[in-house]
Design a protein around this ligand. Structure first.
Ligand code: AHG
Ligand code: MN
Ligand code: MN
Length: 331
């Protein structure tokens, strides 16, 4: 048999880090477990007619938890059991959560997550995702974690990745040595290596942006969008618009096929809508590791010094030449 499971792959790759004691490997394994549980819950979402709408009370009179909350709690459970992580920051919680597992205080890592990305797509059966990023803690192991452990720039990342719940469930991650994609084989319940060493095309045809906000975009973005539509008016127009509204899914398509994803500042969201810690940093890390590029329009996303957990930034990321083209218009 020629399959490699996520678990096998993680152990093989541990040799890339001669000083590692295996904690990161265990942490990645725990994330894989959480991802499988969330995938199962996501797959059940279509049965809400029978099981009860998420967020409502089901026929047995029990509260049906929202998938965002299920995702959040699943991660807390998996990480507290694992004990490699001392604290978590999540899109679902205002403040950092110090984990309470028996060994959590000794954990050498912190994690940031967006447990459910693209929530507006859940009840219409459209792809959604989970995003995670991992840092080494800065405080002493064995002490109470502090906000400084979480508020680290992307250039300090140890690993990051995402899970996309699409036509199949895929987990994509990087520890800074390339990007690897695994597809969940439900028949054996394992993530299997399906996309070794993902490289994103330098150029692409797809641009992904919510053009419903066009009236609120900075002039540079407007000019870029005009250019995209004017280019080669004749026959084969080279560009095509694709926007799912789940960043994970939009990003994943562009990563594999080439493209640019833009969430610019708007009048309503002057700093952009997407969150630095939970969305922009991890996806930018993957983009760069795959040979792509990611910027806020003025600086590399991975170099932004975070000042608060729920900070937002504008983002332009994807195929290098396409990002550069947008930047050219924004100058
Ligand atoms: P979340 O579901 O975690 O709140 O994130 C939704 C995000 C992102 O996935 C998506 O790209 C973006 O919001 C869509 O925003 P607009 O509807 O403003 O385009
Ligand atoms: Mn999100
Ligand atoms: Mn979310």
């Amino acid at each position: 048999m020629s399959i490699t499971t996520l678990g096998q792959f993680i152990i093989e790759k541990q040799q890339d880090f001669p000083y590692a004691k295996g904690e990161l490997s265990r942490l990645l394994r725990d994330i894989g477990i959480a991802a499988k549980i969330i995938s199962r819950e996501v797959n059940k979402a279509g049965l809400t007619q029978i099981l009860g709408e998420y967020g409502s009370v089901n026929v047995q009179g029990e509260d049906v938890k929202k998938l965002d909350i299920i995702g959040n709690e699943t991660f807390i459970w998996a990480l507290e059991k694992g004990g490699e992580v001392c604290a978590m920051a999540s899109e679902e919680n205002d403040d950092m959560i110090p984990l309470q597992g028996a060994y959590s205080k000794n954990g050498r890592y912190v994690i940031c997550i967006d447990p459910l990305d693209g929530s507006s797509n859940i009840d219409v059966n459209v792809s959604i995702g989970t995003i995670f990023s991992i840092y080494r803690r800065v405080t002493e192991s064995g002490t109470e974690p502090t906000l400084n452990d979480v508020l680290q720039p992307g250039n300090k990342l140890v690993a990051a990745g995402y899970v996309v719940y699409g036509t199949s469930t895929m987990l994509v991650y990087s520890t800074g040595k390339g990007v690897y994609g695994f597809t969940l084989d439900p028949s054996i319940g394992e993530f299997c290596l399906s996309h070794p060493d993902i490289k994103t095309p330098e150029d692409g045809k797809v641009y992904s942006i919510n053009e419903g906000n066009a009236g609120e975009f900075p002039q540079g973005v407007t000019n870029y969008l005009n250019w995209v539509k004017e280019t080669d008016k004749a026959t084969n127009r080279p560009y095509t618009a694709r926007y799912i509204g789940s960043m994970v899914a939009d990003f994943h398509r562009n990563l594999l096929k080439g493209g640019v994803f833009i969430y610019p500042p708007t009048a309503k969201a002057p700093k952009g809508k997407l969150r630095l810690m939970f969305e922009c940093i991890p996806m930018s890390f993957i983009a760069e590791q795959a040979g792509g590029k990611s910027t806020t329009g003025t600086e590399r996303v991975l170099d932004v010094e975070p000042t608060e957990i729920h900070q937002r930034v504008p983002v332009i990321m994807g195929s290098k030449n396409m990002v550069d083209k947008v930047l050219e218009f924004m100058k």
